[in-house]
Design a protein around this ligand. Structure first.
Ligand SMILES: Cc1ncc(COP(=O)(O)O)c(C=O)c1O
Length: 418
């Protein structure tokens, strides 16, 4: 069969019906463990690494369909799902790293990831260098003999900065370290493996689930890393996992072993819910990109707005990277803008919107809004906020799929009332 296009794969990949009842929808195998039938069958499943039919912490058929579909979405080798995006990120790092290792990390990342890197990993003897991901000299200077990976986001949050990933990947290839990219904000619309990324992580909670109904995460592996030179850990041979030492399934095996040991597994019901979202991902991402651009164009001409940051605007300083990486669907749905009157005006705006939902999430089908300085970033000093790009007047909006004119009317009336 010829390789299908994204829209088709998101509806069909990994599942063609089941033999017992012929259920068209992916069945929810909501069970902790699976009957073996006979002692011989039990032994066979363990020895042949049939890990989706033993115990749900290490594998489950409903979760396996989602894993296959995500791997196909990114044209990767395989994927492993987790209880949350943070579950995916932490398990990946725990699977790859050991005491004494060092990692190079972009300095514009989601706060939970920063907290895991800065607070959790150093307690286990892992060193971190934060770099400006747009400065290749800085990245090169940060890499040393203990460096085991480089970590960045496709669009940094909250600065919404883009990265020339192809340039960055030249450095990781030269040093034979994996380039790990959080593609949460641009799933499906952007194919990181084409540009030299080796491993993708996702919070499935956002655009992929798409309806704000559940929490999940995933790691997708390209299968292209040569692990032999720097990752002795990936030679582990632990039944019931694959025993292909240093083969292209080495990382996936190690992720499953770490899942077996740490337990941040995805529930089958969650996998089912996320599969429903994934079916419409390409449609939603297209509409979200269109809406975000219309909203950004409207805001930049409003008298109560000081500035607008959306990488899809032609005047955005990194618009050339938008054209290089996001020309088909646009650079997703996140935008930030500054209201005249600072913190108080920002809070006022939030109190006056009616259609936009005030909450701490992104990537819903509904438009979401938040004032970071008084909520998600209220604990850090004003100086630190400036460094991370969270100014007092900043509003973050995650465009949904409502009619663009309705979102704009809501913002217009709220802005006019402050
Ligand atoms: C870019 C990014 N990565 C990872 C995460 C963590 O995902 P989760 O909330 O599913 O654990 C988030 C959550 O906000 C995020 O925005």
């Amino acid at each position: 069969m010829t390789e299908k296009r994204l829209e088709t794969k998101m509806l069909h990949s990994g599942y063609a019906g089941e033999p017992q009842f012929g259920a068209r929808a992916v069945p929810i195998y909501e069970t902790a463990s699976f009957l073996f039938g006979t002692a011989e069958e039990a032994a066979r499943r363990f020895s042949e690494h049939d890990i989706n039919k033993i115990y749900t912490r290490i594998g489950n058929p409903t979760v396996a369909v989602l894993e296959q579909r995500l791997a196909d979405m990114d044209e990767g080798l395989a994927a492993v799902c987790y209880a949350s995006g943070m579950g995916a990120i932490s398990t990946l790092l725990l699977a790859l790293l050991k005491e004494g290792d060092h990692i190079v990390v972009s300095n514009t990342l989601y706060g939970g990831t920063v907290s895991f890197f800065s607070d959790f990993l150093p307690r286990f003897g892992i060193k971190i260098s934060y770099v400006d991901i747009n400065k290749t000299d800085e990245i090169t200077a940060a890499v040393n003999k203990n460096t085991k990976l480089l970590y960045a986001e496709s669009i940094g949050n909250p600065k919404l900065n883009l990265t020339d990933l192809e340039e960055v990947s030249k450095i990781t290839k030269e040093h034979n370290i994996p380039f790990v990219l959080d593609n949460t904000v641009t799933p499906g619309i952007f194919k990181p493996f084409k540009y030299g990324v080796d491993i993708i992580v996702y919070s499935l909670t956002k655009y992929i689930s798409g309806h704000g109904i559940t929490i999940g995460g995933a790691v997708v592996d390209s299968g292209t890393m040569d692990w032999r030179r720097k990752f002795s850990r990936l030679s582990v041979d632990t039944p019931p996992f694959h025993s292909a030492k240093y083969g292209n399934m080495s990382l996936i095996d190690q992720l499953k072993i770490t899942l077996y040991q740490t337990g941040a597994c995805m529930s089958p019901l969650t996998a089912f819910l996320i599969l429903q979202g994934l079916e419409t991902l390409p449609l939603r991402m297209e509409k979200i990109g269109e809406n975000a651009l219309k909203i950004a164009e409207f805001l930049k001409n409003h008298s109560k707005v000081n500035w607008v940051n959306y990488p899809g605007l032609k005047e955005h300083p990194q618009y050339s990277l938008t054209e290089k990486y996001f020309s088909e669907y646009g650079p997703s749905g996140l935008l930030t803008f500054g209201v005249k009157g600072g913190l108080e005006a920002g809070k006022n705006l939030i109190n006056n919107v009616k259609l936009c939902s005030l909450l701490a999430n992104i990537g819903d089908a509904k438009t979401l809004i938040i004032h970071p300085a008084s909520t998600t970033h209220f604990l850090i000093s004003e100086e630190e906020r400036q460094e991370t790009g969270v100014t007092d007047d900043m509003i973050r909006l995650s465009a949904g799929i409502e009619a663009a004119d309705d979102i704009i009317e809501d913002l217009n009336s709220a802005l006019n009332s402050i």
